[in-house]
Design a protein. Structure first.
Length: 248
């Protein structure tokens, strides 16, 4: 059984490791190529886009893919829609495997917004010290609010930060614990955190730290995704694959 895993997340890496140990299952990991130095698996993989839904449908047929597991980042909206369309055309079954979104708890001061553009707008006119953790591809949206001082954290260096004249760039890859995040926010005199609702424990420390410091958090909501079956654990994904493998 050949399984295409749309990855780039910790969930995808865990699934690849589990499937690589199973007889009769051949995982193929697909990475979007947006990270400069991705962690590569010991199984077959590819990097880059497919050419939209049409290109992915052709790939599924040419490579005799039996099933897709969509384990992309919660904000990889285009890929998940392309995958759903390609599977509808080819009849290849698809399953969503991902982390749940974060949910506000007592003590949180969230400002929910639908987009990064809305996040930039809600910062207001008066200059503030902003901890910005939205990924390098979303940084240009904050050029609309250049008056703020941004502490920008990114895995890879952005190509251009000239739109943010007042900034400090931190290059780091998670996980980040709450104690370290609190210390960073104190040292940088952060007044507000801006982040995407990626979910998962690896970067949840900043949310806990903001809560401890009673800082507001501008939380960008996840984009809509197509309806499809979903699994919350590697074991559930394996069970789904086995069920499809056993069908005539």
């Amino acid at each position: 059984m050949r399984v295409l895993i749309l990855g780039g997340t910790t969930e995808a890496s865990a699934l690849v490791a589990a499937l690589a140990r199973r007889n009769g299952v051949v995982p193929v990991l697909s990475l979007a190529g947006r990270t400069e130095r991705p962690v590569l698996p010991d199984v077959a993989f590819r990097i880059g886009g497919f050419g939209g839904a049409d290109g992915l449908a052709a790939y599924l047929q040419n490579e005799a893919i039996d099933a897709i597991v969509d384990a992309t980042h919660p904000f990889a909206a285009r890929m998940c829609w392309n995958a759903a369309q390609a599977c509808a055309r080819t009849g290849v079954p698809i399953l969503r495997f991902g982390r749940p979104a974060w949910a506000a708890v007592p003590g949180d001061r969230w400002i929910d917004v639908p987009t990064v553009e809305a996040a930039a707008a809600v910062l207001g006119e008066s200059p503030r010290r902003v901890f910005l953790t939205v990924g390098r591809l979303s940084l240009p949206a904050f050029g609309a609010a250049p008056q703020h001082h941004y502490v920008v954290r990114s895995i890879d260096a952005p190509e251009d930060l000239s739109m943010l004249p007042h900034r400090r760039l931190l290059l780091a890859r998670g996980p980040f614990d709450a104690e370290a995040e609190e210390a960073l926010m104190r040292a940088e005199a952060v007044e507000i955190l801006v982040t995407k609702n990626s979910g998962g424990p690896a970067t949840a420390g900043k949310i806990a730290a903001a809560r401890r410091l009673s800082l507001p958090v501008v939380m960008v909501a996840r984009p809509p995704r197509p309806s499809m079956p979903a699994a919350g654990s590697v074991e559930d994904v394996v069970a789904w694959l086995e069920a499809h493998r056993s069908r005539p």
